[in-house]
Ligand binder design. Structure first.
Ligand code: CA
Length: 223
């Protein structure tokens, strides 16, 4: 198991590194956010232990960049601050767990083991219809085994249609769930997004998955 520890306080980093090595883990370290991000982006780790307060780039920013780059390695965040806001922010950004400093090594080890036990298939939320597959956690979509690159809104629309497969989804419902920051999104914006989504996932494939229900909305039928 390969672990990356991103922590600028040398004493804390050494303490974690030494302890984890004694437990048989392969450990790499990074002392600032930028280096941590570069190493983490390689995707070669099974778990990243990420401090929040870091020079160059803080832990939240590292995590945001990783998830935006579709790196779904598990992340355990460390922070000296135990504010609920920080915890929520970390979890919202895709952290898998949180540990408040100072902590006992035994607790860190227990969290690390628990996170590693969760196999990637176990908590990847998989949605599918015909030969289309969506890994919600990794934000990865394939059709017929081929990777499809979607914008954030296209991804959101598809995820919603898949989760409501077999039901008509209205434009209002899409506006409220996918364009939550703009609940009055004009329907032509939604139509354009659905058009692009179809071009990517349905064009050249059979069956076409997204149907327009006139006067009502859209329907994704599971064949
Ligand atoms: Ca720090």
């Amino acid at each position: 198991m390969r672990l990356l520890v991103v922590e600028d306080e040398t004493k804390v980093a050494r303490f974690i590194e030494r302890g984890l090595r004694e437990e048989g883990f392969h450990v790499e370290t990074a002392a600032d956010g930028e280096t941590g991000l570069t190493k983490a982006r390689s995707g070669q780790f099974d778990l990243i232990i990420l401090d929040v307060m870091l020079p160059e780039r803080d832990g939240f920013s590292v995590l945001r960049e990783l998830r935006a780059a579709h790196v779904c390695t598990r992340v355990l965040m460390l922070t000296a601050r135990d504010g609920v806001g920080d915890r929520v922010q970390g979890l919202d950004l895709g952290a898998d767990d949180y540990l408040v400093k100072p902590f006992a090594f035994a607790e860190l080890l227990a969290r690390v083991r628990a996170l590693l036990r969760r196999s990637s298939t176990e908590d990847a939320v998989l949605l599918h219809a015909a030969d289309l597959q969506m890994d919600v956690r990794a934000r990865r979509v394939t059709r017929g085994g081929r990777l499809v690159t979607l914008s954030a809104k296209e991804f959101g629309v598809l995820a919603h249609l898949l989760s409501r497969a077999g039901n008509v989804v209205t434009r209002t419902e899409l506006a409220e769930t996918v364009w939550e920051e703009l609940p009055n999104t004009p329907s032509n914006v939604i139509e354009v997004t659905v058009y692009h989504l179809r071009e990517k996932i349905d064009r050249g494939f059979s069956p076409a998955l997204i149907q327009t229900v006139r006067g009502a909305g859209y329907l994704l039928q599971k064949p």
